[in-house]
Design a protein around this ligand. Structure first.
Ligand SMILES: [Mg+2]
Length: 326
């Protein structure tokens, strides 16, 4: 059975039956959804022209999107469909966390070829469902279209205390640079997947990433600047330096490398979904996640750069992470 046989009407009915707030089972986050409906937060979910919900007083909306394109972000024969569904939500949850926000609701727009087997869609929805449970978020609507390859575009809305979002631009000379978790395993996992391996910790981490929205929220009142590592440490720390008009110095021997990774995975690997947190002082763990001090913010010279210290050597760490259209 492929999408053309099923048709758009049945596709939407399948999603609605599975994700409408009243239809969710406890295992699929039904208890959370029921709480939200009881609390009056969600007034209209899937099935109307648009969704309607409230933000609690004193909060602003934090709002972003992330597009996964087949053959650019995932390869159909390598990445299981539930991983594509899970990652499409995780990437958005990570971005909300990097603002110090709490993720709440999301929309999915899915474009796919008519000859796509419906089991791919069901697998994709399994991953979305698991992400709803793990990240305590709910699907409130979306759209679908036909296309010659698969595109999954997710937009998420969260909340952040008004005036307290953490931006990329707040780093000051003298601040410390922290990184959550470990670095390099997602890039290593992708290489192992391409080499034909199917199951090891790095591959699992690549397929089912763990966004750090809970630590991000916990440090929001102390962080001067924050960004999630989606394009690689070198690229994302350079974003902080440029937006804050400072430079950064990091020490190679302090970087929290995951087991088995190489230097290029640690410095440039994307889709880590760890956080870079700029602050004066953080404890060694936040919300159960290790937080490592890897360097400091320094005054900028002519350019806003990242310097890598390796023993007695100092070099400029050029951004070599993921960049589209290159
Ligand atoms: Mg980001």
């Amino acid at each position: 059975m492929n999408l053309r046989d099923i048709g758009e009407g049945a596709l939407i009915r399948t999603i609605r039956e599975r994700f409408s707030l009243s239809a969710l089972t406890p295992e699929e986050g039904g208890a959370l959804a029921a709480r939200r409906v009881r609390a009056g937060e969600v007034h209209v979910g899937i099935g109307d022209d648009a969704a309607v919900f409230d933000l609690p007083p004193g909060y602003s909306a934090v709002f972003c999107s992330d597009l996964l394109a087949e053959n650019t972000h995932f390869i159909r024969y390598l990445h299981p469909p539930d991983s594509v569904g899970y990652k499409s939500i995780a990437a958005n949850v990570s971005d909300v966390g990097a603002m110090g926000g709490i993720p709440m609701h999301f929309l999915i727009s899915l474009a796919a070829p008519g000859d796509l087997d419906f089991s791919w869609i069901e697998g994709f929805l399994d991953g979305v469902s698991r992400a709803c449970r793990d990240f305590e978020v709910s699907l409130l609507g979306g759209d679908s279209s036909s296309s010659d390859r698969i595109f999954a575009d997710v937009s998420i809305i969260g909340r952040v205390r008004s005036g307290q979002s953490v931006r990329r631009s707040g780093a000051k000379p003298g601040d410390a640079i922290y990184v959550t978790g470990t670095l390099g395993s997602s890039a290593l996992g992708l290489e192992r997947l391409k080499a034909g391996k199917v199951d090891d910790p790095a591959i699992r981490r690549h397929l089912y990433p763990e966004p750090r929205h809970r630590p991000g929220l916990a440090v929001a009142d102390r962080a001067h600047a924050m960004i999630d590592i989606s394009d690689g440490l070198s690229t994302d720390l350079t974003h902080i330096a440029e937006e804050s008009r400072v430079s950064a110095r990091i020490y190679k021997d302090r970087l929290p490398a995951a087991p088995g990774v190489e230097e290029r995975h640690v410095l440039h690997g994307g889709e880590e979904y760890e956080l870079i947190i700029i602050a004066t002082d953080l404890p060694p763990t936040v919300e159960g996640i290790p937080v490592t001090r890897v360097g400091e913010i320094i005054d900028s010279g002519l350019e806003n750069q990242v310097f890598l210290i390796d023993g007695a050597q100092e070099s400029v760490l050029h951004p070599k992470g993921w960049q589209h259209f290159r």
